[in-house]
Design a protein around this ligand. Structure first.
Ligand SMILES: [Zn+2]
Length: 608
């Protein structure tokens, strides 16, 4: 530990064989050397830290080796090889174009190129970050590249191939280096740990490999940091602590909560994670990755796609056995939506919480949903112990403890239209109607007075009419008074917010603007089936008035058929305020010139 040399330097490969990954590429280079078919210029492209410069150096060494061994590898023993390895060879010339990008630098390079090598056959010029050369430097270099002396070989390396001008590209043999697989990085780190006598847990190395995102240089420097941080004992717990990675235990726990529909526990878990200083986006990203790992471990064919240790795999396999692929697929989709909306969301915590609530609902919807078109039934979000019940509705408490899982769309087929009373029925008021299927009656008995949350979904066509009428009413200031017809339905404030968000997130891409608007508004539950939204100005109010019918119908699918009446209030304070935020500034701009919205949509831009 005392004379610890940075791993990236100490374990830099010195033969093609020891280069990690990039096998196809090194084989091609070796073949070229063996057959003596060398080009004058090569272009090595690819992400940083994947071995471009390393391969260039090995290549330079091998073609100058005095006794190359079979298979196109350098002997590492002859004078030429030794001078290369000791970095005193005059046959290799490295230029970092990032800092030496002027015409003068290239001119001095051109001078150099004319002088033949002292030992070996070739002089190799490695130009790193070649895309950084100035236009004039490129032009100066092009002349040399067009007519190089027989002993000169150029290896240009770049992370940004698209910035290389075509006249250069056409004169080079191009090699594309790929990102290094996590498994390859882990194996390499393991071998270094063994050689250095460092104790390491597989999972710890996996976290390092994943963090470095296919870049070996990063992986090695992270490895070195971790070795000094943990004093030569790389354990999973120490590594996640110092790399600020969330422990996978959280994800296993969360999945258990989701499977048992323990929404409250899931929300508490999220709170714990936030209190440890983790970002909500990291958590959701991790949940998605966990669900993905469960999905691949659920099927022996895809199991090799999992990169963790065998012990961890066993845990995944056993948890995967409790999940259906359909549920996992939906969970990944929900997490993905949350990730996509995270950046633009104003209330990021609420967004993650809503996603967790939706995840906890997955086990209910699992086998009952007919491709998303059928009515969606919600589980009670909170148990009665979680939320005090109001005395005015004595039968609700009982009802919420009824097993919600028994309510499935199959048990609640849409009854013939004739059965339906004209005005909105609530289960409490609905007398048993003759001629209805028995299953329906039974499920209603089971629900008792669950109210709007579990009310039978009605057909969209039927909902269209009353909803439009509602919208018209909503415009009137007296909207609140005109609700005498509706008995208070059991839609809770939470169910309302959830239905609002679920509907907003479900809108197609073409209605993105509405989705975005809905996401920043939190509907407030009013009397009965009424609710209020507060908007900033008349323009937005008008948009919501126009969309009210659609929103009511859409939300009813998440509320078991309940049609909610939207009341729109313009936020007086917001109008009077003169310090505008970006969104407001944009609203004003757009009011003045509607074309700007067209432009925004056309370019698919978002307000941040
Ligand atoms: Zn040699």
């Amino acid at each position: 530990m005392e004379n610890y040399i940075v791993s990236a330097r100490k374990y830099r490969p010195d033969t093609f064989e020891t280069v990690v990954a990039q096998k196809a590429l090194t084989t091609t280079l070796k073949n070229a050397i063996q057959t003596g078919k060398l080009a004058h210029a090569y272009l090595f492209c690819g992400p940083r830290g994947v071995g471009k410069t390393t391969c260039a150096r090995i290549f330079a060494k091998t073609i100058n080796c005095l006794n190359p061994i079979a298979g196109g590898e350098p002997c590492n023993e002859c004078e030429s090889c030794r001078s290369f390895n000791e970095q005193r060879s005059f046959s290799i010339y490295e230029l970092d174009a990032a800092s030496n990008n002027s015409v003068e630098d290239i001119r001095s390079l051109n001078e150099q190129v004319r002088i033949p090598p002292q030992i070996g056959k070739y002089k190799v010029y490695i130009i790193d970050e070649v895309h950084m050369l100035s236009q004039a430097a490129f032009n100066a270099f092009l002349k040399t590249l067009e007519e190089p002396p027989a002993h000169a070989i150029f290896i240009l390396a770049t992370t940004e191939k698209h910035k290389i001008i075509p006249t250069i590209l056409s004169r080079c043999q191009i090699y594309d280096f790929s990102r290094i697989d996590t498994a390859d990085i882990i194996a390499h780190l393991q071998s270094i740990a063994e050689k250095e006598g460092i104790e390491s847990e597989f999972e710890a190395l996996r976290i390092i490999a994943q963090k470095s995102d296919g870049c070996m240089r990063d992986a090695l420097s992270l490895f070195d940091q971790m070795v000094s941080f943990t004093q030569g004992c790389l354990s999973y717990s120490k590594v996640i602590e110092s790399l600020n990675v969330l422990d996978y235990e959280y994800y296993f726990k969360l999945t258990d909560y989701i499977l048992e529909a323990k929404t409250s526990q899931a929300l508490l878990l999220f709170n714990e994670i936030l209190s440890k200083g983790f970002e909500g986006s990291i958590f959701i990203e991790g949940v998605a990755a966990h669900m993905r790992d469960l999905l691949v471990n659920g099927d022996p064919i895809t199991a090799p796609l999992f990169e963790g240790s065998d012990e961890l795999r066993k845990r995944y396999v056993s948890q995967a056995a409790k999940c259906t692929p359909k549920m996992l697929f939906r969970a990944i989709k929900l997490c993905n939506n949350c990730e996509l909306n995270y950046r633009t969301s104003r209330n990021k915590r609420l967004l993650v919480e809503l996603t967790l609530i939706q995840l906890s609902q997955l086990t209910t919807n699992d086998d009952s949903e007919d491709g998303g078109r059928g009515p969606k039934m919600l589980k009670p979000i909170f148990n009665k112990t979680d939320q005090p019940q109001t005395k005015a509705q004595p039968n609700r408490a009982e009802a919420q403890s009824a097993p919600a899982a028994t309510i499935t769309p199959q048990q609640q087929p849409a009854a013939p239209a004739a059965d339906k009373p004209k005005e909105q029925p609530t289960p409490e008021r609905r007398a048993p109607i003759q001629g209805r299927p028995d299953t329906l009656k039974r499920s209603e008995q089971a629900n008792g007075g669950l109210g709007g949350m579990f009310r039978r979904a009605r057909t969209n066509i039927e909902n269209e009419q009353p909803a439009q009428a509602d919208a018209a009413v909503a415009q009137q200031p007296s909207a609140q008074e005109s609700t005498t017809e509706n008995k208070p339905a059991g839609v809770t404030g939470e169910a309302l917010v959830q239905a609002w968000t679920s509907f907003a997130l479900e809108l197609p891409e073409s209605e993105r603007a509405l989705t975005e608007r809905m996401k920043i508004i939190i509907p407030e539950k009013g009397e009965g089936n009424n609710y209020t939204i507060r908007v900033d100005n008349q323009l937005v109010a008008q948009i919501f008035e126009e969309q009210a019918a659609k929103i009511a119908t859409g939300m009813s699918r998440f509320l078991g058929g309940a049609i909610m009446k939207m009341k729109i209030e313009i936020n007086k304070v917001a109008v009077q305020r003169h310090v505008y935020d970006r969104t407001k500034q944009y609203e004003i701009l757009r009011e003045k010139n509607p074309a700007i919205e067209k432009l925004r949509k056309g370019l698919n831009l978002e307000l941040t």
